[in-house]
Write a protein that binds this ligand. Structure first.
Ligand code: GAL
Length: 383
């Protein structure tokens, strides 16, 4: 009788353990589940939106916008949150890397707009440099770029400045009359057009950067890309979001060098995310429809400063998936370290009604027989 109980107990334990194993593995996060709530190692939902990843000395660091609940969460009440991981699956909370300021006069005053932070490591200065899109106040009219710096990867980051950029420099890929300040009639024309951050009737292809020549170029959605030779580039939506700019940063990554190009004038690309494979540069982007998703775009170039060629929508799947990029918007592409040709498309599924509940959509970057990247939905996957 006694032996029977022990035996039964053992069998039940084994059955229970086997049943529980998959659940235990799930809790430990060893796969990506796009669109679900992602917990950090302490069991708290990860709060790092519009983010980017830096790999440094054996660890990945994820920096993103810390959002709060409700609509107010669309504004910056906390700062830039940092998490770290060895494998991209399990994330340790490293706290707030850059805090918004309690001083209402500060450029990064609490309650403003601070978006899409990206951190890069400058080997030359041994500093960590964070760039982000900043708006003074709660509307999108100032279109500034801001920079902060730290001695250690997780911060604290010290805010340096925010500004319009490349004032007094003409783009490298325009010539002749396209390098002249606006004429009076053009200034009048521009005043009549109501810019909304998205495509508008009569959008002038060659006026806005000329208007902004003296005071500096607008910059909203953005990323930073460090090339193999250590040169860093700032890629951002400019000219009322109608045109992308790619601008080389100075050697310390803290300023713009004055070298910049315009890409796809009038095409209204946002959410740029760049990676390099076999010497080719690929860029994912989105259209401009605010927090609502739209169809992604893909472009390729042999040199980061162009010429860039459009390759169309990289998404495969249902019409819904293709038209709305799996209900997400790109923010970064992660090169998986130690796995050549393995890249992760990192995107946000925004929730403007309850900003903190925005979700992360990470998908594998797949390549067709010609080496062209494409994206497909996965409920759950591993690299
Ligand atoms: C999106 C942009 C976000 C945020 C939002 C505001 O298009 O990608 O970063 O700026 O608009 O409506």
């Amino acid at each position: 009788m006694h032996r029977f109980f022990i035996h039964t107990f053992t069998v039940i334990s084994i059955v229970l353990m086997t049943l529980c194993l998959p659940a235990a593995a799930k809790n430990a996060n060893d796969s990506f589940k796009p669109g679900e709530i992602w917990l950090d190692e302490a069991g708290t939902p990860i709060n790092a939106h519009g983010g980017g990843i830096l790999f440094h000395e054996g660890r990945y660091y994820w920096f993103g916008e810390h959002k709060i609940e409700g609509k107010e969460g669309n504004f910056a009440h906390v700062g830039v949150h940092c998490y770290s991981s060895e494998d991209l699956y399990r994330w340790k909370d490293e706290g707030i890397a850059l805090k918004v300021s309690k001083n209402p006069k500060s450029d990064i005053a609490k309650g403003g707009i601070l978006e899409r932070p990206k951190v890069v490591y400058c080997a030359k200065t041994k500093k960590f440099v964070m760039w982000f899109h900043l708006e003074i106040g709660q509307n999108y009219s100032t279109a500034r770029s801001a920079v902060a710096v730290a001695d250690t990867v997780t911060g604290p980051y010290r805010f340096i400045e925010s500004k319009r950029i490349n004032a007094g420099f003409w783009p490298m890929n325009v010539h002749g009359r396209f390098k002249e300040p606006l004429r009076a009639d053009e200034t009048e024309y521009l005043k009549k057009i109501q810019m909304r951050g998205g495509p508008v009737e009569g959008y002038p292809l060659d006026m806005i950067y000329r208007r902004d020549f003296f005071d500096g170029q607008m910059a909203r959605d953005m990323t930073v890309f460090v090339d193999d030779d250590g040169t860093a580039y700032h890629i951002y939506s400019s000219e009322e979001n109608g045109t992308l700019h790619i601008a080389r940063l100075t050697d310390d990554y803290l300023n713009h060098s004055g070298d910049w190009v315009r890409v796809f004038p009038g095409k209204f690309n946002e959410a740029p995310a760049i990676f390099k494979k076999n010497g080719k540069y690929f860029m994912f982007a989105s259209g401009c429809t605010g927090w609502s998703p739209n169809a992604a775009r893909l472009a390729v170039a042999d040199s980061i400063m162009g010429e860039w060629t459009e390759l169309g929508n990289p998404c495969r799947g249902t019409e819904e998936e293709k038209n709305f990029t799996f209900h997400s918007q790109s923010t970064f592409v992660i090169p998986v370290v130690g796995k050549p040709d393995t890249f992760i498309f990192m995107a946000d599924r925004w929730n403007p009604e309850n900003a903190i509940d925005g979700r992360y959509v990470w998908l594998p970057v797949l390549f067709d027989e010609n080496g062209i990247p494409y994206l497909e939905w996965r409920d759950e996957w591993k690299y």
